[in-house]
Design a binder for this molecule. Structure first.
Ligand code: SF4
Ligand code: MG
Length: 286
């Protein structure tokens, strides 16, 4: 929620949210697209730049705060949700964002993440999921699939991956969504809903790592199947997921943006909202 945060004096553009720092991700990294989408969306918040803060942990995606002309903190491994919780609870005039990855959020920072979600303070957590440790050069992560061959699993990973969406719902997160780096409209729509939500929003972003895990999400790039694989889940107010009569999100075919609707037989097939606890193969990694 944005209530109580000071409005910008004038309309801003993405350029004003772009810092002078050289962006240092590998060529082709999915992080570039997410950065562009965030820089393009932030003016829509209508807030003063000095009232927006991005806190990151450690990892490739955690370089994010350098590239935004807002306040920011490149903090310590796995601890960004804890630092952001302190900031959000002491400064309700700030829009607080966390940028983290699958290793940072789900391994080293697993406890911080789940407790941030259950506390439900007002912040938005962007979880970049490339299903690999990128910064440390290609070890398997808590979201790597069974059998994944990496430098640290030369005979294939034996571990079941976390589904971050299920994990967040298990922690009773009040807003949970999933999107993908390659779909800017979808990503921007999810960012908008997440920022408007009062409480902790968890947004999982499928992100390609062309160096160590290229093509991990290629199977869901096809628009015909993508909407069923990239499922934004919204649990709680103002939008809830669930059975008949509850609310979900649909993609407006005219604008490409996602919008809330009341679920009915007429639109059930288009609703981008599912119960993560149901036996639904579309929730599994393709
Ligand atoms: Fe991006 Fe992978 Fe390079 Fe990290 S290692 S910057 S995630 S492409
Ligand atoms: Mg990762």
């Amino acid at each position: 929620g944005l209530a109580g945060m000071p409005a910008a004096d004038a309309k801003q553009t993405g350029k004003e949210f772009t810092s002078d720092q050289e962006v240092r991700w590998c060529p082709g990294c999915g992080d570039y697209a997410v950065l562009k989408a965030v820089q393009g969306f932030l003016p829509d918040l209508g807030l003063k730049r000095e009232n927006i803060v991005f806190v990151s942990g450690i990892g490739c995606s955690s370089r994010f705060p350098y590239y935004l002309d807002t306040y920011g903190m490149h903090s310590i491994h796995g601890r960004a949700p804890a630092i952001a919780t302190g900031l959000a609870t002491s400064r309700s005039d700030l829009s607080v964002w966390v940028v983290t990855g699958d290793g940072d959020a789900l391994s080293i920072g697993g406890n911080h993440l789940i407790h941030a979600l259950r506390r439900n303070v007002n912040m938005t957590i962007l979880l970049f999921n490339n299903r690999i440790y990128g910064l440390t050069k290609g070890q398997y992560s808590p979201t790597s699939e069974i059998g994944k061959v990496t430098k640290s699993t030369p005979m294939g990973s034996l571990d079941n991956p976390f589904n971050p969406i299920s994990l967040a719902l298990g922690a009773e997160a009040s807003f949970v969504a999933r999107t993908i780096d390659t779909d800017r409209n979808h990503l921007t729509g999810v960012l908008r809903e997440a920022a408007a939500h009062r409480g902790t929003s968890l947004v999982e972003i499928y992100q390609n790592c062309p160096i160590f895990n290229d093509g991990a999400f290629d199977t869901i790039k096809d628009p015909a199947t993508r909407d069923h694989a990239v499922i934004p889940l919204v649990h709680g107010q103002p939008i809830t997921y669930g059975p008949d009569g509850e609310h979900g999100l649909v993609r407006n075919p005219a604008t490409g943006t996602i919008e809330p609707v009341e679920i009915s037989d007429a639109n059930r097939d288009q609703v981008l909202v599912h119960d993560a606890h149901a036996d639904d193969p579309t929730l599994a990694f393709a």
